[in-house]
Every structure is written in C-alpha cells, then in structure tokens.
Write a protein that binds this ligand. Structure first.
Ligand code: ZN
Ligand code: ZN
Length: 366
C-alpha cells in the first residue's frame, strides 16, 4: 500500500505541475481513466480538482466506503449534487481561471458548471492532454500490469485456435469470440478490452468487423482482434489464421503484412519519430503492390484506454519515448477477397522494444 501511495502522490505532483505550467488556478478532471490514474479510485463516477498544490476527489455516497479504502493523499468530498460541490470548492479556493478537459466534458455538464461559475466570476478554460501527457509514459507498475493484460489476451487467442481447429463449418464467428473472451475472463481478466472482432472470409476485409453468426468455412482467412483488461489496463492484439491450407495468394498477402510488421517493430526505440515507424510498414506494403489496401494508421498508444497517445501514423508529430506502450498493426484489406492484419502491443525501450503480446506470428492453419 505504501508503494501505491507514493505512486499516486507522484502522479498528483505531475498534475499540479501541469496546472502551474498552463497558468490556471485549478484543473477540473472529468475523464474517468484520468481520475483512476491520478487517484487509484476505480469507481464509475467522480470528479477531481487539481490545484498547483493539492488534489480534491469528489464522488457520490454510493462510493463513500470504496473511496476511503482506495484513495490516499486527496481531500475527499462526498456530494449530493456534483455541480454544487465543484462550484463550492472553486469558491473555497478563490480560483479565477479553471481549466476543464475539453475531451472529457459533455456540453451539458459544461453549460451547468459555467452557469455556476458565472455567478462567482470564475472563468472556465479549455485544456487538453494535461493528465494524458503523464499517462503516455508508463511506469514499472503499469508495465507489469500491461504484461499481465497481454498474457491474458494470449490465453484468449490460444482458446480461439483450439475452438477453430478441425471444426470448419461447425463454428460461428460469435462462438469463437465468446470462447476467446471466456478464456480471458476465467483466467482473471476484468473484461474484454473492447468488443472482440472476428471477421472471416470476405468479411476479413472489414478492419472492424464485429463477430456475427456467420459460420467459418474452409479456405477462408479469419481476422481476430481482441484484448484483455487487467487492473484497468488493456492489451490489444490481432491474429489472422487460415482455415485449411492457405492459397499462394493468401500466403503472399500474409507474409507481406508480417514482414511490414516485423520491420516496423525492429524500427522502434527511444527517440524515433512515430511517423517513421508508420512509414517503414507502409513502404513495405506499397512496394509489394498493396499500398491502396492499407488505409489506417500503423498503431496507437494503449493503456487505461484502448486508444490513447502516441499515434503511429503518417501525420503523427509524436516521438517515441522509453515507457510508451504502443500497438503495431499493419494490414491489407482487399474488398471481395479478404484481409490480413497482425497486431502486437509493445513497450518502447531505450534501444528497442519489448513485445508484450506473444501469440505465434507465423501463419497458422486451422
Ligand atoms: Zn486491435
Ligand atoms: Zn489496435
């Protein structure tokens, strides 16, 4: 517990520094992942107010016991009406300029808070990325959790392969998704990181084809994209399998994606531009003649959210740093034919990266 306390103390100090740097008197944190990150609170409803010197956590009476066991180092307030409590603290602090998270506040809540503040002559000011800027670099405790999330995800894929093998024509996409999620959850995952994608046959050309009642047939490719959540952190992994012996064309597309992904992974280390990692994968796919079939970015940061910073795309301005956790997921999607995507979650290191997801990457025929 001591260790945990110092972790959240350090994170609060980081947020306080961010408030100072933005020249605001206080920051209203409304993103639930940001609140979990800063305070350790795992409940579903809360607000945090960070000043240059301290932090407040506000929640409703349902969580009064939970907040006492989970949160240390914050001034905790249990409220009846959230907006009144927020405005009350702002008055107490005599704050004049209060930042809010532009990404994480509904227009309705914004309007209510603004009304409360207007009466007290406090200004609301949009901010972005103060807490996300801290979250983008994972500490050792977070990396340990993410290794565990990746391990649970791998167990899901292992079960999906088992479920598919030798059962051609007798298993549907949804049955595979359920078996995969059941394996992750029964081994200790809090939940799936997102709705499991299982897309077979021509549907595999849909980058985000949710699992349907479609039966999986011999000769098809099947793209499975899934992840596990452990202690709030997500893994994200994609594998493409062939059902029965792959055709020459299926093998060619697969090996193009696999080489693109391997080259991109080899290019990852501290100090490298994220756009360069994207370019490595994209260039390989383009040279193989499939450039127009790769329409999305090569990857994204992952952590408390499945999609967070940095971005691995042609337009990204991000530079990779040690402690970032990102996905590498090039793909080729040919309408009417099918698709291949291979995705791993990796942690950026000083001289390379650690691949957290460990399922076999070569083409597996089931
Ligand atoms: Zn994914
Ligand atoms: Zn992803």
């Amino acid at each position: 517990l001591l260790k945990k306390n110092s972790l959240h103390k350090k994170r609060l100090a980081g947020a306080c520094a961010g408030v100072k740097a933005q020249a605001i008197d206080a920051l209203l944190v409304t993103g639930i992942e940001n609140i979990r990150y800063l305070t350790g609170f795992t409940g579903g409803t809360a607000y945090v107010i960070v000043t240059p010197h301290e932090g407040f956590l506000l929640t409703d009476p349902r969580y009064s016991t939970q907040v006492r066991t989970e949160v240390r180092g914050y001034r905790v307030r249990i409220y009846k009406k959230a907006i009144d409590a927020i405005v009350g603290i702002i008055i107490e602090l005599r704050a004049k300029k209060v930042g809010f998270e532009a990404n994480n506040l509904s227009f309705e809540a914004y309007a209510k808070i603004k009304k409360g503040f207007n009466n007290k002559k406090a200004l609301l000011s949009a901010t972005t990325g103060i807490v996300e800027g801290l979250r983008i670099i994972k500490d050792q405790a977070e990396l340990d959790i993410m290794r565990e999330a990746a391990r649970l995800g791998d167990l899901g894929f292992e079960e999906a392969r088992r479920r598919l093998s030798g059962r051609t024509g007798r298993v549907t996409e949804r049955e595979v998704a359920i078996a995969l999620e059941f394996a992750m959850l029964s081994n200790g995952a809090e939940g799936p990181a997102f709705d499991t994608i299982v897309a077979s046959g021509v549907r595999s050309a849909l980058p985000h084809g949710k699992a349907t009642q479609k039966e999986i047939k011999k000769g098809e490719l099947i793209v499975i994209d899934a992840g596990a959540r452990a202690s709030g952190y997500n893994s994200d992994e994609t594998r493409t399998y062939s059902i029965g012996r792959p055709t020459a064309e299926q093998k060619r597309v697969y090996s193009t994606v696999l080489t693109a992904q391997s080259k991109a992974i080899d290019g990852i280390r501290h100090g490298v531009k994220a756009s360069l990692v994207d370019a490595i994968a994209r260039e390989h796919i383009r040279r193989a003649g499939f450039g127009r079939y790769f329409g999305h970015g090569t990857g994204h940061g992952v952590g408390l959210q499945v999609h967070e910073g940095p971005q691995i795309s042609p337009k990204s301005k991000d530079v990779l740093e040690q402690g970032m956790v990102i996905t590498v997921e090039p793909g080729i999607y040919i309408p009417g034919w099918g698709g291949v995507r291979i995705e791993d979650t990796v942690a950026v290191e000083r001289d390379g990266c650690e691949v957290l997801t460990k399922s076999t990457r070569g083409l597996v025929s089931l």
